[in-house]
Each structure stands twice: as C-alpha cells, then as structure tokens.
Design a protein around this ligand. Structure first.
Ligand code: FMN
Length: 172
C-alpha cells in the first residue's frame, strides 16, 4: 500500500492529527505526507488518500479566511493553497482511490458546517471513493491545542477504517 496524506494547517493542530495518522499508516505501507502548498498535483500511484483541513466559516478555508486568520487572529502560518484549491487542481483519479477526510473545529461553541464534509463532497465529485464518513477533531479556541485524547481518537479512526494490509478502507 502507498498512502498520501495531505493537510492544511495554520496553527499546527490539523498537522498534528495528520502526522499521527501518517505514523499509524506507516505500519501498513509507504506513506508520503505534505501540506497543501507542497502536495503533488496528482494522486496517481497512491492506493489511499487522507485529507485534513481546518474548518473556516462553516466550510473549507478560502484565501480571505486564511488572510483573516493571520491579520485578526495572529495565525503563525498562511498557506497559499488550502484543501479547496488543492483538490480543485486535481484531475480525476485513474482508480476509485479510497479517501478519508477529516477536519478540525473549535470545541466551543459548536458551530454548523464542516470543512471535511465539504472536501469529501468535492473529492467524491472528482471520482474518489469517499465511502468512509468524514471525522472531526476538536480544538480549544481558534489556535488550539487539540482537546485531550484527539490524537488517540484519530489513530483509532484509522485502525477502524483501514485494514491491517492497507489498501482498502472498510466502510465505518
Ligand atoms: C477565519 C476563521 C474562521 C473559522 N470558522 C470556524 C467555523 O466556522 N467553525 C469552527 O468550528 N471553527 C472555526 N474556526 C476555527 C478553526 O477550525 C481552527 O482555527 C482550526 O481547527 C485550527 O486548526 P489549525 O491549527 O490546523 O489551523 C475558524 C478559524 C478561523 C481563523
């Protein structure tokens, strides 16, 4: 199995979950992990795709929400490209690549909308196999940190949905 993990992260919370997931997957096969600015423009050659994004304004980030994060909330990093733009630049995969999508969201208040849900739809429309339900991991405030136990919950989510031999996630 060869897996590609792609994440967008302004404060590092989504990155932390993505790295824990990549680490968990590495016992099942080869894993490449990139942020959205460095990620390849094709998923060809990968048997599994994992995508992680922070929820901004009830959905995936946009250039305006990322700029606002830096200007108004002192985010330390402003990706040029978010998950929305990265997925938007992909072509239809050669196979129905199994794809898992997660996001991070604030714990309080609980707001409607999810970057993962929106990204999952975008990926499904492109031809990725998004059978596995998206997952949300919670942070304290905009900057984080992640709630206690969220990294372990991410690893458990992978264990539940990706077979030990790697290639095909089981529907949750
Ligand atoms: C401009 C902006 C809008 C946001 N909108 C939402 C939102 O609608 N719902 C939510 O739960 N969190 C929202 N957040 C909080 C982000 O989800 C949080 O900053 C993110 O999970 C942190 O992950 P990161 O460290 O990987 O960037 C917003 C944050 C910013 C900066």
């Amino acid at each position: 199995m060869r897996a590609l993990v792609v994440y967008e992260s302004l404060w590092g919370n989504t990155e932390k979950v993505a790295r824990a997931i990549a680490d968990a997957l590495s016992s099942r096969g080869a894993v490449d992990i990139f942020d959205t600015d460095a990620a390849p423009s094709t998923t060809d050659g990968y048997d599994l795709l994992v995508v992680g994004a922070p929820t901004h304004a009830f959905s995936m980030s946009r250039p305006s929400t990322r700029a606002d994060a830096v200007a108004s909330h002192s985010a330390p990093h402003e990706p040029v490209k978010g998950v929305r733009e990265w997925v938007g630049g992909l072509h239809r995969p050669t196979a129905d690549t199994p794809t898992l999508v997660f996001d991070t969201q604030v714990d309080e208040p609980r707001l409607p909308g999810s970057a993962a849900k929106a990204a999952r739809h975008q990926l499904h429309d492109l031809g990725f196999d998004t059978t596995v339900m998206q997952q949300t991991f919670r942070v304290h405030g905009y900057a984080g940190p992640l709630l206690y136990g969220e990294v372990e919950r991410a690893i458990a989510w992978i264990s539940k949905n990706v077979a030990a031999d790697g290639a095909h996630p089981r529907a949750a």
